[in-house]
Design a protein around this ligand. Sequence first.
Ligand SMILES: [Zn+2]
Length: 303
Amino acid sequence: MKLKLSFVALLAAVLGTAPVNAAKIRVVTTLTDLADFARNVGGDQVEVRSLATGIEDTHGVPMKPSFVPLLNRADLVVLAGFDCEHAFLPALLDASRNPRIQLGQPGYVDCSKGIDPVEAPTSTDHSEGDVHPYGNPHYMLDPVMAKTAVSNICDAFVTAAPQYAADFKKNRDAYLAKLAAKIMEWKAEMAPYKGAKFVSYHEHWPYFAARFGLDYVGTIELKPGIDPTPRHIEELIGEMKAQHVPIVVREPQFPEKVPALIAKQTGATLIKLPIMPGGVPDTDTYIKEMDYIVNTMANALKK
Ligand SMILES: [Zn+2]
């Protein structure tokens, strides 16, 4: 037996790929939170890669040449939806020449299925630079809504490999239970700060604010994806002073200069919060990322 295993290992080394990998479901996610969910649900049956590393803008992950062969071989592509990935995914899917993962195919896994978005669309036109044409796509920052994404990923895995359905469902339930326990913790930690006001650079936080009872006063961007004007910044500063807003959130993909200036002018605390795992150090999983967000926000509000 031992000899046989060694032979298999030797063969794998010669061929350059481990034979066990051959049967794995190849999953490509756009974002790192989705990759973490896919790994938790898929366990040993999946091989997961994320296009984003965590520090990018969810609306503009820079395209790398390596993405095309990666998507060409993928069995499933997993995305946030509501056109969040509009700036890079459709072109990559085209270039991938992979019929399994095109829109409408079972390999195209839109995690927004079952999510009711806020800021419902008035226009689905991208021409003015609006990056939220189908409503706000940042529902993953509400850990209760994130459960829907986990379940959608599980359903897609069951369709792709029904022989492992029981494993996927068991993994999903174990992860959702872990998440439910963390949600209780996060709610308890945020409970003293009901009604606390904050602003952010991009409109990432309406679902997070609603879940934890915070008051999301406004954004530094004029509209999602549209840079601030001096007049808008002036108005925001006035509004923050009038309402005594104590927190300015900067997401890692935006420069610090303008948020720092606004914080200084208003006496607010500037905090940097990731919008997906990997956005700041030591947040490589979704749970660690949410831990970081909740702890940082609570610590800033304690002051
Ligand atoms: Zn956005």
